[in-house]
Design a protein around this ligand. Structure first.
Ligand code: HEM
Length: 285
């Protein structure tokens, strides 16, 4: 047609191909137990802290590699540090959730380590695939961030000021929908061989799977944590109950002490009475 090419998104465009290629894994991600619970407002402070710590590790690695390759032709068009980068927001959030010694205290679970290792591998060996990870994380954050922020605020009863939730705010993006359009157009401007495009699409799917595995592991850690809480609770109850038992026993022993002389006295009295009767009887004879 005569319409300018950049006006209409075409199926061959990278942005469309990415959306299509990750449709199935996106559905899979939405249905991960942790995120399903989260969407229902079922998230504990501990679970939320776990997610935020993992995000901190992930963005630290992602943005370190992005900075290294910001001039690479396969990344430069989508380099938007002011609008998108999350590292300083996450550092702020870490301080809020873990305090000043957060760097030593935050967890770094196995699946998060694998994701981070992949990002560093790409930075070193295959920088043309980094954009797949940027797409998955940044467009995802721009799409669901505001909803997730409100859910977390309500579920964890956080202040309205947004403390602890800097990650979810993009103060330099006035209109997320418009920004996503710009981002898609920029992705589509990247020159790419069909072979590289194929690898980028595969990497985007892989990046969703890394995210899914991170959430699955956090769910497991959370369940263990909840189990530990239940166990602790049960132990406390058991201890309380056995304390009750000890008290009960002491009580009955005390009662036994008080009561036991009574039958004994009764016996003595009865016996003395008998002896006295017999003695009187003898005396009378
Ligand atoms: C709580 C579960 C999730 C929900 C409810 C959700 C929902 C959505 C929605 C409503 C959109 C907007 C679609 C559009 O504008 O056309 C979207 C887009 C997107 N989401 Fe999610 N999402 C979830 C989890 C994830 C996860 C875990 C990732 C990856 C880490 C992710 C990555 C993306 C990406 C990359 C897009 C942009 C797709 C594109 O336009 O090419 N989402 N999501």
């Amino acid at each position: 047609g005569d319409r300018p090419r950049e006006r209409t998104l075409r199926k061959a465009d990278l942005s469309e191909a990415l959306k299509e290629a990750t449709k199935e894994v996106h559905t899979q991600a939405e249905n991960v137990e942790f995120l399903k619970n989260f969407q229902k407002g079922q998230v504990s402070r501990n679970g939320f802290k776990l997610v935020m710590s993992s995000l901190y590790h992930i963005y630290r690695a992602l943005e370190e590699e992005i900075e290294r390759h910001k001039a690479h032709p396969a990344y430069a068009p989508i380099y938007f540090p002011e609008e998108l980068h999350r590292l300083s927001a996450l550092q702020e959030d870490m301080e809020y959730w873990y305090g000043p010694r957060w760097r030593e205290e935050i967890p770094f679970p196995e699946a998060t380590r694998r994701y981070v290792a992949r990002l560093h591998h790409l930075g070193r060996e295959e920088p043309e695939l980094l954009m797949a990870h940027a797409y998955t994380r940044y467009l995802g954050d721009l799409s669901g961030g505001q909803i997730l922020k409100k859910i977390a605020q309500k579920a964890l009863r956080l202040p309205d000021g947004g403390e602890g939730l800097a990650f979810f705010s993009f103060p330099s993006v006035a209109n997320a929908t418009k920004f996503k359009q710009l981002y898609r157009a920029r992705m589509n401007s990247i020159e790419m061989s069909p072979e590289t495009k194929r690898r980028v699409l595969a990497e985007a799917r892989a990046s969703f799977l890394f995210n899914i595995q991170v959430f699955e592991e956090l769910q497991e850690l959370e369940s263990q944590n909840a189990e530990n809480d239940t166990l602790k609770q049960q132990k406390t109850e058991l201890r309380a109950r056995s304390n009750d038992k000890v008290q009960e026993n002491e009580e009955s022993r005390r009662q036994a002490h008080v009561l036991s002389p009574v039958p004994f006295l009764r016996w003595i009295l009865t016996f003395s009475f008998l002896v006295a009767t017999v003695a009187v009887g003898f005396y009378a004879m």
